[in-house]
Every structure is written in C-alpha cells, then in structure tokens.
Design a protein around this ligand. Sequence first.
Ligand SMILES: [Zn+2]
Length: 263
Amino acid sequence: MIKTRAIVLHRFPYSDSSFIVKALTEESGIVSFIVKGGKKKESPFRGALDPLALSEVVFRQNPNTDLQFIKEATLLDWRKNLRNDLLSTAKAQVMTEMILRYAPQGVPLQEEFERLEQAISEFDSDSPQDSPTPEGSAHSSTSSVPDKSRIFAQWLLDTCDMWGYNLDLTTCSRCGHTLEEPAADFFPETGGFVCQACLGVEHPRARLETLNGLWALQTGDNIEHPEFTENALLTYLRHHIGFLKEIHSIKFLNETRKLFDYH
Ligand SMILES: [Zn+2]
C-alpha cells in the first residue's frame, strides 16, 4: 500500500458515476486513478480529488494496469485563495497540463512535485511573501497584497532546469561575457541572450518587458509585465520539448490575460 501526498492535475468523467483522476504524487510520479462513484454527492473523496487540490492518497500500485484503485483520499489543501483568482488559476492549469503532457511517466518526480507544490502554494497565499517591512520604514505604506508576478515565470525557468534545458540568464551567448544589466536581446528559440556591445546598432527582436522580466528573475525583483517573460519562456521550452502536443490551457490563459489588460 502506498500513502503519499498528491496534487490533482486533471479529472474527467468515466461512465455515469466515476472519474478518472490524474495526480502528481510525491512518491510515485504521475498516477492515474479510477474513482468509482466519485461523482456521487456523498462520495468520501469529495474535494480531495478536485483539480489543483493537495491531498493525501492511499492506493495499492498494481503493476499490471495503468489505472489504480484509490483507497483513501484526504484533502490537505483545497487552495481556496487560488480558486478565487482567475489569472492564478489559469497559470496553475498551464503548469499542471505541462507536467501531465511532458513529464516522464512511470517514474518518481519528486522535484517536479516540490516545485509545483511551491508554486501553487505561492499562488494560493494571501499574505505577503516577503517578511513584513519594519515599522517606520519608507516602504511601510506599500500594499499588503502579495506580489505573484514572478511565480509562473520562476516555475517555467525551474522547469527548463529540471528537464535539462538550463537557461543561462547572465551570459551573452555571442561574446560569453557576464551580463551586468538586462540583456539587449533574447532569442526564445535558442535561449540565447545578447549583450548591448554585441547587439550594436541592430534593432532588438525581444521586447523591453521580456528582457527586464528575465533580468528580474535572477535579481529577485518583481516583474512588471510578466506575460511577456512567461511567453518567452514558454516559447523556449516548447522549442526544446517539441511541438508534438499543443498545450490547450494556454488558450484559456490568454483569454484570461485579456480580462486583466486595462491599457
Ligand atoms: Zn556580447
């Protein structure tokens, strides 16, 4: 019997009363569960198998089938704040879909679990992530709303790293010098950064928001327009993973971004 924490990645109906749930478990990587009677109101699993929930599941791993029977599922965190935040939810859905489609199957994915759990917890947080500013400090009047601008971009960068496509944010790919300021250009297809001296009078292809955002990722600053940085990292990752499978939830993310774009 295996008892492990699990993040629900995806759930879809199976027959009239059952669900199939795909979850990223801490111990056994991605596991598909069949949940008989899961759609019933009195199901003991209610809430624990909602997408994005963190739960503790108990199951016996049958090596002869891809679908495991779940014995117990106990809800640890339903992510109430995350669910009230449409943009964070849309980003979390892209993360879970990417894990589901691109992470290797049938192997433990402990690091993927830890990083996804951290990102989702940060999205769910309703208190500032930084330690409180000391009283009397010049910044004490700043909003107490946590800044979530880095979470998705940081997760994408970590995922590049985890899956063997490490992105070097601080080296010019042409001259090899260490960057002392935001790069003058970035090529998401190759992941190459270009310094101002190497770019010369050429017009950069990347937007300033992208370059500043990628720089902020390694300085630890907040990102002002994270969608540009996120899209650049997504393009980089997809070029390395391959275009075989489209990530459907990106469409929803783009629709959601439009709702928050009041410029
Ligand atoms: Zn250079």
